[in-house]
Write a protein of this length. Structure first.
Length: 141
């Protein structure tokens, strides 16, 4: 079994306090706040990091699917937009939009879209999340 770790520490009241995030690998460490999560202030937030994780997972999983279909991708480039809104009096992630582009010589657009839809359901992060998701896939030539 593989275990990945991350650490977060919050100090102070919710709206005026600050938090500190650290990945177990040491690849990222930084601060976050109420403002960075809910008011558009500069800096990161857990939802942005979730989006990065999802985009990274999706790109790798789609590349695997392309390879298993007998093709070789020059690249797979994915952006995840994590949308939050008020639900039942509190904030919730209500949608994740995945926008992916790939360059795959010889792959048809129909097959690419089929692989992208399968990846949306089957990548590890997608499986971990139970929110509606969409994928906007573009095959570049």
């Amino acid at each position: 079994m593989i275990t990945r770790k991350a650490h977060a520490k919050w100090e102070g009241e919710l709206k005026v306090g600050t938090g500190h995030l650290r990945l177990g690998s040491g690849a990222y460490e930084g601060k976050y706040s109420f403002g960075t999560r809910f008011e558009g202030a500069p800096g990161t937030n857990p939802e942005e990091l979730l989006g990065a994780a999802h985009a990274g997972c999706f790109s790798m999983a789609l590349n695997l699917g392309i390879s298993q279909a007998g093709f070789a991708a020059a690249y797979v480039d994915t952006t995840a937009e994590v949308q939050m809104d008020k639900v039942d009096g509190g904030m919730a992630i209500v949608h994740i939009k995945l926008t992916t582009k790939a360059k795959v010589p010889g792959l048809s657009s129909a097959k690419f879209h089929e692989l992208a839809e399968a990846t949306k359901v089957n990548c590890i992060i997608s499986k971990a999340l139970r929110v509606p998701m969409s994928v906007d896939a573009t095959l570049e030539t």
